[in-house]
Design a protein around this ligand. Structure first.
Ligand code: ADP
Ligand code: MG
Length: 300
């Protein structure tokens, strides 16, 4: 069977099933980061993300500087989604033989600018020749044990919230987004956040990641979804992906007004967590329908 007919998520599930039960790690495959015991009060967080030329970016359309920033930003976004603080990173590159050194320098300028901004130290990597330019960044972060937020913690009755606005990232935001590290820290330090994920595949798919791993259902309201000015349709806000905003759930008494004020940016309540048997639904003018699992899928 070909991988394209299996799909990314089914394939990862298959790999997960082959693995023995975790002996030492706290959390393995299935969340934004892996979690490892670290000190008495803290966990280590690990995540890796790969960008491939002509799959994720086209160097004739976007500067290597921006690609460098994004290469790190996507990993920082995953650390933020666990409530953590990024600390270190390692980068592996596949470099075409004819690539200009100045292009690589630009890539590093973008990468290191963001590293400085977030106080992340680059501590190693690997360099190889390849057909296309490939960069894989592994980031390491830490989080106080009491602040770790998983995808799997959503509870019936929770409100479902998103930071910022969604859709239209394909235009610019996919390279210029701010990983919500600061915002996630404000959330975990001030509220009882039950579950969290960063929106990389699209609101719809990422909400399913939360409901599936928490064994709950959800209902969201179409007219509450914060659609970006850059989105070409409401549908794009649901399934465009690469928004890198936070999607999280918190007890019913937490309001979007309190959250927006504390975070200093717009936070919208888009729905509620319900019983698993009620499924995942979206309420539109026309009525209630099942939320489509649309979003970014590799191999499809
Ligand atoms: P994210 O979008 O947050 O970066 P992914 O959808 O890439 O997360 O990955 C989901 C989960 O699957 C993560 O826990 C990740 O570590 C794991 N994963 C992805 N690819 C593989 C693989 N080839 N082998 C093992 N685990 C994988
Ligand atoms: Mg993620």
């Amino acid at each position: 069977m070909k991988i394209k007919s299996v799909g990314e998520f089914e394939f990862i599930e298959k790999v997960k099933k082959r693995l023995p039960k975790l002996k030492n790690a706290v959390l393995g495959i299935g969340d934004d980061c892996a979690v490892i015991d670290y000190t008495k009060d803290k966990y280590l967080l690990l995540t890796t993300d790969m960008l491939i030329e002509d799959v994720h970016f086209d160097l004739s359309k976007v500067s290597a500087f921006k690609v460098g920033g994004k290469a790190l930003a996507v990993s920082l976004s995953d650390i933020a989604a666990m409530g953590g603080i990024p600390k270190y990173c390692i980068i592996s590159l596949g470099v075409p033989r004819n690539m200009q050194v100045t292009t690589l320098d630009d890539f590093y300028s973008g990468f290191l600018k963001l590293a400085e901004e977030f106080d992340v130290e680059l501590i190693g990597g690997d360099t190889n020749a390849s057909e296309k330019f490939i960069c894989d960044v592994c980031a390491v972060g830490e989080v106080e044990k009491k602040f770790l937020i998983k995808r799997s913690g959503a509870k019936v009755g929770d409100g479902i919230f998103v930071t910022g606005s969604l859709g239209g990232s394909i235009k610019e935001k996919q390279y210029e987004f701010t990983p919500r590290v600061k915002e996630a820290r404000i959330l975990v330090e001030n509220f009882k956040i039950h579950s969290m994920i960063d929106i990389s595949d699209g609101l719809s798919l990422d909400l399913y990641h939360v409901t599936d791993s928490s064994s709950v259902g959800a209902v969201i309201y179409d007219d509450c979804i914060p659609v970006s000015q850059n989105a070409s349709s409401r549908k794009e806000a649901l399934s465009g992906g690469e928004d890198f905003e936070l999607l999280f759930t918190a007890p019913a008494d937490v309001t979007e007004e309190i959250l927006s004020k504390k975070l200093g940016m717009p936070v919208k309540k888009i729905g509620e967590i319900v019983q698993r048997r009620e499924g995942v639904k979206i309420i539109k003018e026309k009525g209630k329908t099942e939320l489509k699992k649309t979003g970014y899928k590799h191999f499809k």
